[in-house]
Design a binder for this molecule. Sequence first.
Ligand code: GLY
Ligand code: MN
Ligand code: MN
Length: 439
Amino acid sequence: MTSMIPMKEFAERRRKLMDRMAPDSIAIVPAAPERVRNRDVLHPFRQDSDFHYLTGFGEPDAVLALIPGREHGESVMFCKERNPEKELWDGFLAGPEGAIERYGLDDAFPIVDIDDILPGMIEGRSRVYYPLGKDHTFDNRVMDWVKIIRSKVRAGAHPPGEFVALEHLLHDMRLYKSAAEIKVMARAGQISAEAHCHAMKRARRGGHEYNLEAELIHTFMEHGARSTAYPSIVGGGANGCILHYIENAAPLKAGDLVLIDAGCELECYASDITRTFPVSGKFSPEQKALYEVVLSAQDEAIAAVRPGNHWNHPHEAALKVLTQGLIDLGLLTGTLEDAIANEAYKPFFMHRTGHWLGMDVHDVGDYKVGDAWRVLEPGMALTVEPGLYVAPDNTDVEEKWRGIGIRIEDDVVVTKDGCRVLTDDVPKTVADIEALMAD
Ligand code: GLY
Ligand code: MN
Ligand code: MN
């Protein structure tokens, strides 16, 4: 277990969460379950983000209980016991001893004993925080533990009366990234940027979309990022207009653009980069014209990421540039104000300009507080990803524009006086892309 996040930071997160919980409460957080891929083959295990955030513990079949004020330890782990025979087949298990020694939990028990032990820990606590409604199986388990307590009320047991979604507290914490988290995210961004550069260079040799996907995965793995943060999108030509295109199987055609939206996951932190570039290494006049619009929309949106601005400011900035660009190039008519008010841009730009980024690619955290957009604060991480997509069957525009899909996406963190771009090691101006590809 090597982690760029020090173990004491995980302990600080547990402390902070408990400080925010009601005093006579308990929080229960399950590890992710293992999932079958086919017959006896499992999907590669990915820890639940909330569980990882609080423990750094990478095994399935585990439950964390946080019990403020518990005399024998407030942070309690239930996990698999060590078993030399099983470990010979499936690899190392930390065991309850390891949960304490290696991961700094206060107390730990075998997961097989949880039904005997946890109800006694819930008993007498009036409020239970847990990921309410996220997973039916776990909802049922929590209720089963409560039923055990209810069956003992005549003996004086006090079952809890309130069940509260854990994410209100926890996801607000996750929204603000620490210096150590930003370091991991910056490293993930660097690796992904390098992967995009390799894919750009590879494109000139032609082949299929999956050849570029292979280049990405190769670079991620070379740097120890064993997983993508989401399935890579490699769309040549009009496939770039399909927002979640993951087939990645079509031949690459000289003269087309190719849109790559891909990022690695490192230590459970996502990166998320999109670049769009010509297969042949040289933009056509129409491709270049639309590309320049998207690029300046992104520049304006990034400039709008600073403390005091709210969540929607970068989107509004991008929308103005994109819509004005469509008018200037003749794809839309009328005034900017009207085109924005009537959402005339929607056939060309149908998604938002970004999302929170963190352990989950579309990370947790509220975008609004009540009815007001969230104000940006240092430590918040987000993507900035405007795009323009001209559907191949859009007969409202001249034929020369049809089938061009462009998105440019970078990862940024809000700083004291603006923002830091974590993914600027991959070129994005027309000149820089053409230079890299000619290299
Ligand atoms: N790759 C997913 C997204 O850009 O939101
Ligand atoms: Mn994104
Ligand atoms: Mn993306």
